[in-house]
Ligand binder design. Structure first.
Ligand code: NAD
Length: 703
């Protein structure tokens, strides 16, 4: 069946685009549009043509799945379609409702008339993929809504509702009531009044102060674009629209688009976009699995995580029963939640009414019995297996059959936790990140016995609460914490070798990490790792767990919360100030290990820390803990501040070249003594490097 429905009503041909869910302009739809246009042109009875959408609206734009494939270039390409529309000898009217974005809006801009329904939402979001609208959007939009408004839409990629654009020449009319019948009436008027063909390209832009304006725009955009080239390229393209004849402006837009398409930043952003879609596909999970309905949730523990998790649910309108052990702990938890919302209220991102509405969704309690009717319960109590045992045994007793029992554990064995119940098929890990109401990442931990529908329900729930869910297998630290542990060890080794925390943090922040490892450790609190190392040292007395952080902890330096850690902090401030006392502790540690300090370059810092991440990521993929390398990227991008313009550690490895990474690791391993195994290239990495392949093509976003 064609993806364009063709109907003739009197003298008007109606071309209804039908490529669910968003009428993306893939090859089949492009071909069908051109074919339908030719048919309408050839039909002597037709005097005007309407292009109208269906489903979610007019068109969501290019089909990103075609990017980089021969289909994206296959004739007719988007330019061919736009030319066919613009050069059509009969008036073409775009009837826009719902979404009209990217290539979809560029298609509408090539039509001779545009009418819109009140629900129309428009955007040129290409900048979010490190690109610019490359099919005339930067040239035509300013001719209709003015240079400033167009530039703001193009540089921000923001979605604009019809109301903001009402009254501009972008729309010839706004429909009240049914768009299709309004469009027919409009088309008949165009014919009757012989309004003819109006091409946007023929409109002139008059801007006497253009040069000064664009200089100002360049400066403003440069100061916020950071490492991304696309926003500035958008300014250049719009400047060409304002300062050059249409065809040379179009040529300039093309050149800029082609150079952005080849930029590593855009490749990384497109990888992230694809990765988010791929993560929703779970290997071995039949499409037909029905999810369980979730209309009431329980949360056990109202501490740091329990509070944030509760907020995530109530923000999405899901009622939560929140259970604690004491009234005091419960009151504290509720007060924290209220304080968080009050901060949002002060910033203007929440209204008083909404705040009260959300808080009213919480039913606080001290009895597990109140969780009886929950469809899903998330446990967020202390990280102690015995405490978890008691909680899960109790949940097994009271919570209704068929409910999902989830643990937020960071490090404990989920299969052991599932074993505390008589329903391990209903048990899953939901590993939120702190602050849980803000961080978008959710590791969904699949236990050995987790049922298909438990997993499918957790993934659907993640979507409901606006999280990016990544499936992880059971192991110590799952994906993210297992990787960050290796990264932390690499950073610690560099400290011992001769660097200081401030140098290591600065080198990694210059690489693009949101925060260096020592600032991050200070923020998270050094005492947690200290307790874990003490436990591990007691369990394995022959291994060396000594860490400079332990000496800091012994001196009462637990990080930001005590005003000192790897840095010192002024009261009430978050600025990490290098501290000579820490340098002395580091020197003392080196001395105790017989280490003679050596110079460490920033390049070595980046190489060691990032390669440590990549090597562990490869092991995680090889062991099946992550389904694909792009899932590892998503975890590290969304949970640990890896720069999006580098696409995540595994994508970064692909861009560096796996052979280079493998050689670097082998070189480090040769001098790593007892740690040689840690640095030896992981089997998957070594194999792909030998074969000249990448993570992305071998495990990337395949589903
Ligand atoms: P927390 O100490 O802030 O809160 C734990 C809460 O659980 C306390 O309020 C305590 O009173 C309550 N509690 C203890 N036993 C209980 C019981 N039997 N019934 C009801 N409530 C009980 O700890 P947290 O940082 O919120 O961590 C909770 C869990 O989340 C741990 O498993 C932790 O590993 C995991 N986690 C923590 C983080 C983080 O950054 N803090 C991130 C991800 C996961």
């Amino acid at each position: 069946m064609s993806s364009v429905h063709f109907e003739v009503d009197g003298a008007v041909a109606v071309l209804r685009l039908d490529n669910p869910p968003v009428n993306s302009l893939g090859h089949e739809l492009r071909r069908a549009i051109v074919e339908a246009l030719v048919r309408a042109e050839d039909d002597p009875a037709v005097q005007a043509i309407i292009l109208i959408g269906s489903g979610k609206g007019f068109s969501g734009g290019a089909d990103i799945r075609e990017f980089g494939t021969p289909k994206s270039l296959a004739a007719p390409n988007l330019h061919g379609v736009l030319r066919a529309v613009e050069e059509c000898t009969k008036p073409v009217i775009a009837a826009i409702d719902g979404i009209c974005m990217g290539g979809g809006l560029e298609l509408a801009l090539c039509c001779h008339y545009r009418i819109a329904a009140a629900n129309a939402r428009l955007a040129l979001p290409e900048v979010k993929l490190g690109l610019l609208p490359g099919a005339g959007g930067t040239q035509r939009l300013p001719r209709l809504i003015g240079v400033e408004a167009a530039l703001s839409m193009i540089v921000s990629g923001a979605t604009i509702s019809l109301d903001k654009l009402r009254g501009t020449p972008l729309f010839d009319a706004v429909a009240d009531g049914d768009l299709a019948s309004f469009a027919l009436e409009f088309a008949r008027a165009v014919i009757a009044e012989r309004r003819g063909i109006k091409r946007v390209r023929d409109l002139a832009i008059r801007m006497p102060n253009a040069e000064a304006y664009f200089q100002f725009a360049r400066n403003t955009v440069k100061s916020v674009a950071g490492p991304y080239p696309a926003p500035l390229a958008c300014v250049e393209a719009v400047a060409a629209a304002a300062q050059q004849p249409f065809d040379s402006g179009l040529k300039r837009e093309r050149e800029l688009f082609v150079s952005l398409m080849a930029s590593p930043e855009s490749a990384a952003l497109r990888h992230v976009f694809q990765a988010e879609r791929a993560a929703a596909h779970i290997k071995g999970l039949p499409e037909s699995v029905a999810t369980r309905p979730i209309s009431r949730v329980g949360v056990v523990g109202a501490g740091t995580m329990g509070g944030g998790i509760t907020m995530s649910f109530i923000n999405a309108g899901l009622p939560v029963t929140l259970v604690e052990t004491t009234q005091e702990a419960l009151d504290r938890g509720l007060a924290n939640i209220r304080r968080n919302y009050q901060n949002a209220l002060r910033k203007g991102s929440l209204t008083e009414a909404k705040l009260e509405q959300r808080l009213a969704l919480i039913t606080p309690g001290l009895q597990f019995e109140t969780l009886r009717d929950a469809d899903l319960v998330v446990e967020a109590v202390f990280e102690d297996l015995e405490v978890k045992r008691r909680v899960f045994e109790r949940l097994d007793e009271v919570v209704k059959t068929g409910a999902i029992l989830a643990s937020n554990t960071s490090t404990l064995d989920l299969d052991a936790i599932a074993g505390f119940t008589k329903r391990p098929q209903d048990v899953i890990g939901l590993h939120f990140f702190s602050p849980a109401n803000i961080m978008r990442l959710l590791e969904v931990v699949r236990g050995a016995k987790t049922a298909h529908d438990t997993l499918a329900t957790a993934m659907a729930l993640a979507k409901t609460i606006g999280k990016i869910a990544v499936v992880a297998g059971v192991c110590d630290g799952f994906i993210g914490n297992r990787m960050v542990a290796r990264y932390g060890l690499a950073a610690h080794d560099l400290l011992v070798a001769g660097a200081l925390p401030q140098q290591i943090d600065a080198a990694l922040q210059n690489f693009g990490m949101a925060m260096g490892p020592f600032r991050m450790a200070d923020l998270a609190g050094l005492d947690i790792g200290w307790a874990i190392r003490k436990r591990r040292a007691a369990e394995s007395p022959d291994e060396d767990f000594a860490n400079i952080a332990d000496i800091l902890c012994e001196a009462g330096r637990f990080g930001q919360k005590t005003g000192a850690g790897f840095y010192r902090y002024e009261a009430g401030a978050r600025e990490a100030i290098p501290d000579p006392a820490v340098s002395a502790i580091v020197e003392g540690f080196r001395h105790s290990k017989g280490v003679v300090p050596r110079p460490v370059s920033d390049a070595e810092v980046v190489e060691r820390c990032v390669y440590a991440l990549i090597n562990e990521g490869a092991r995680i993929v090889d062991e099946g803990i992550a389904q694909r390398s792009s899932d590892v990227d998503l975890v590290y991008l969304n949970g640990y501040g890896f720069p999006a313009y580098r696409g995540g550690p595994m994508f970064y490895a692909d861009t560096v070249g796996l052979i280079t990474v493998a050689r670097g690791l082998t070189r480090i391993a040769a001098t790593a003594g007892a740690q040689a195994q840690f640095w030896t290239p992981a089997p998957l990495l070594a194999r792909l490097a030998r074969e000249g392949r990448t993570f992305s093509e071998s495990t990337g976003s395949s589903t």
